[in-house]
Every structure is written in structure tokens, then in C-alpha cells.
Design a protein around this ligand. Structure first.
Ligand SMILES: Cc1cc2nc3c(=O)[nH]c(=O)nc-3n(C[C@H](O)[C@H](O)[C@H](O)COP(=O)(O)O)c2cc1C
Length: 147
């Protein structure tokens, strides 16, 4: 069964909710998913997922939320090559800010540097356009995670 590590970065819970919905939907499609809420790199690596799915909102000025920042730093510092892994990023943001979806962008950049293979270009969800980000995320997952 294909294993997916779902890594969530959230401040107010929107990305968390999307991640929970994503885990439920992907599990129904026979993926083996684990949700990492305060991700620790060693634990994610030990899970040995085929795919890393990062669902990350944006705080400050295009920054990664505090709950996932340690993981982001560990990735940058330890730099584990993800050559045989796939990844996808769902970024949540608000286009009235200068660095729209900056948190997700930072992960997308880093995962590319780590030489993972992108499942699909990053999805950017704009809080100005929807109060229900899961309604955009779930069809996107259905399109790109075909089981
Ligand atoms: C203090 C603050 C700073 C933010 N900074 C940005 C930003 O720089 N870029 C962006 O795209 N969105 C920014 N946002 C918008 C959030 O990322 C967006 O509302 C998101 O849906 C929140 O998701 P969460 O509930 O998972 O944290 C900011 C929101 C707040 C409250």
C-alpha cells in the first residue's frame, strides 16, 4: 500500500482541518496515511512514506507556522535527499498579503532542492476566495492521488 506522510503547518487550524479531511479521503482510497502535527524529521523518515504531502498555511510575512518550523529547519540542516520519494504541497494563504502562500512556497522550494519528485505543482488556496479550503483541496487530491 502506498504510504503518505501528511505534514501539517497551521496557526489557526484551517490547514489542520484540511489535513484531517485529506487523511480521511486518502485512507478511503487505500492509501496508508499518517498525520504529523508537530512533525519531527526522524519520525517522518522512520515512517518511510512513499509520498510526503505538506499542507501548510502562512504566518508573519510569508513565514512557516511555528508548529512546523522546527521540522522545516531540521530538513534544511540535515538535508536528507528524497530522491526516491514523491511530494506535494498544499499552501494556504491570503492574497492580500505580499508573500502569498509563502509558507507552502518555502516547503515546495526545499523539497525540490532535496530532489523529491513533485506529484503536482503546488496548490495555493486563497482565504479571500474561500472559507472552506477543503472544498478546493479534496478535488485536487482526487485528481492527483489516483491510488
Ligand atoms: C498574522 C497573520 C499573518 C499572515 N501572513 C500571511 C502571509 O504572509 N501570506 C499569506 O499568503 N497569508 C498570510 N496569512 C493568512 C493565513 O495564512 C490564512 O488565513 C490561512 O488560511 C490560515 O490558515 P491556518 O488557520 O491553518 O493558520 C496571515 C494571517 C495572519 C493572521
Amino acid at each position: 500500500m502506498t504510504k503518505i506522510a501528511v505534514i501539517v503547518g497551521t496557526v489557526y487550524g484551517a490547514a489542520q482541518y484540511v489535513a484531517e479531511q485529506a487523511v480521511a479521503a486518502l485512507s478511503e482510497r487505500n492509501y496508508d496515511c499518517q498525520l504529523f502535527e508537530d512533525a519531527v524529521l526522524d519520525e517522518v523518515l522512520a515512517y518511510n512514506a512513499d509520498i510526503w504531502l505538506v499542507i501548510c498555511s502562512t504566518t508573519g510575512e510569508g513565514d512557516v507556522p511555528d508548529n512546523v518550523f522546527p521540522f522545516y529547519l531540521q530538513l534544511k540542516e540535515q538535508f536528507p535527499l528524497l530522491t526516491n520519494k514523491h511530494y506535494a504541497v498544499i499552501g494556504l494563504g491570503d492574497s492580500s498579503y505580499e508573500n502569498f502562500c509563502g509558507g507552502g512556497e518555502k516547503f515546495a522550494e526545499l523539497l525540490a532542492e532535496l530532489q523529491g519528485t513533485e506529484v503536482a505543482p503546488m496548490l495555493r488556496i486563497d482565504a479571500i476566495e474561500t472559507l472552506e479550503p477543503e472544498l478546493i483541496a479534496l478535488p485536487w487530491l482526487q485528481q492527483h492521488f489516483t491510488g
